[in-house]
Design a protein around this ligand. Structure first.
Ligand code: HEM
Length: 350
């Protein structure tokens, strides 16, 4: 039997984890490697990090979701919604929810996304979806899933804000992007037009790689398993460290640097491992991978393209020096006040 993972097993480290979960995980992963132990909320916990950890994370014979979430998160997500379900219950609910995110559905949402207006159409699609035996989603189950979908909206706004900050620091990149968007979107911001913008895709991927959203996702060891020579006992909490996985130096060069060109053909750092780039979770759509993956991508592309094709310029009046890391997603302390303008010289505040 191998040793338990390195780290601290005696001291409950909940206060440090809640203060800044990203720093908590990243500093310990640097010290201990891709698996370490801690105690969070009185529970023995193994934190797993990096592309190889994803294979463990998506193996339902090793990690389950039921009973994984701390009580306050379970409450926020209104009880047993997708992240908390396993097995057939998860598979069936997921197939109903995915009806709201088909490629055809996304193409229909795009005009609304471009106008940055919410659409109720997705809810009708999920309500109309049925399993092969005719079962439809129960109204209380849909209510629970909608809690998650609304929270996901905050996540996307955090990604917008991160993109706006990175672009404000890089006028050259902004200009190149503006040129690509102007050239490809003369007929409007259709899905086809957005698909013809490789630089925009790389910028969105780099924002997703680095933008801090959640430090970890929660699971439980279904049985005792080995990872990187350490034993993780049955019943321990298993935290998969999301952002830290994208800081792996064996995959990404200068991982803390915002560098969209790392995804360009020739470098393609995200192709070095099957789970190198997993901002919305690894594994197949039928597993726990985020159902909003394509939706978020097109929403982010539409946001950046709409901002830049109108010749909008912006400058943050209080450059972001620090974040409130206790917030999920973390919030800039400055409140992100910006001065907007147009290339034609008109300005305003927002
Ligand atoms: C850029 C924005 C987003 C990010 C970074 C993100 C990230 C994630 C991550 C990391 C997971 C967990 C994967 C796992 O457990 O292995 C997840 C799951 C989920 N996300 Fe997202 N998400 C985003 C947008 C959205 C959107 C737009 C929606 C819905 C409209 C959504 C709904 C969900 C749901 C329902 C789950 C649970 C899936 C399951 O357990 O089967 N997310 N997301």
């Amino acid at each position: 039997m191998s040793d338990l993972p390195p780290g601290s097993g005696d001291l409950d480290e909940t206060p440090a984890f809640l203060e800044n979960g990203f720093e908590f995980v990243e500093s310990r992963a640097r010290r201990h490697g891709p698996v370490f132990r801690t105690r969070i909320l009185g529970r023995d916990t193994a934190v797993i990090v990096g592309p190889d950890a994803c294979a463990v994370w998506i193996d339902p014979s090793l990690v389950k979701r039921e009973g994984s979430q701390p009580g306050f998160i379970f409450e926020i997500l209104a009880g047993p919604s997708l992240p908390h379900l396993d097995g057939d219950g998860h598979r069936e609910r997921k197939s109903l929810i995915m009806e709201g995110f088909t490629r055809e559905a996304l193409a229909g949402y795009l005009p609304d996304l471009v106008r940055i207006v919410e659409s109720a159409d997705g809810i009708s699609r999920i309500l109309a979806a049925a399993l092969p035996d005719g079962t439809k989603i129960a109204p209380d189950a849909l209510t629970r899933e909608l809690h998650h979908i609304i929270i996901a909206g905050y996540i996307i706004f955090a990604e917008f804000a991160w993109a706006a900050q990175e672009l404000s620091r890089r006028p050259d990149l902004r200009l190149r992007l503006e040129a690509e968007i102007r050239e490809q979107a003369s007929g409007g911001l259709s899905r086809e037009a957005l698909d013809r913008m490789p630089l925009l895709s790389r910028v969105v991927m780099e924002v997703k790689r680095l933008c801090p959203i959640l430090p970890v996702i929660f699971g439980v060891a279904r049985r005792t398993f080995e990872f990187k020579g350490c034993s993780v006992p049955e019943g321990w909490a298993v935290f998969w460290a999301l952002r830290s996985t994208h800081l792996d130096r064996s995959i990404y060069s200068g991982p803390e640097t915002f560098d969209p060109e790392r995804f360009a053909p020739g470098r393609a750092e995200h192709m070095k491992h099957a789970h190198a780039f997993v901002p919305q979770g690894p594994g197949p759509d039928t597993g726990h991978k985020c159902p909003g993956t394509d939706y978020a991508t097109y929403f982010m592309k539409a946001f950046i393209a709409a901002l830049l094709r109108g010749g909008t310029t912006w400058e943050f009046t209080d450059p972001v020096a620090s974040y409130n890391w206790r917030q999920i997603p973390p919030e800039p302390m400055s409140g992100l006040r910006a001065r907007f303008g147009r290339s034609n010289g008109v300005t305003g505040n927002g």
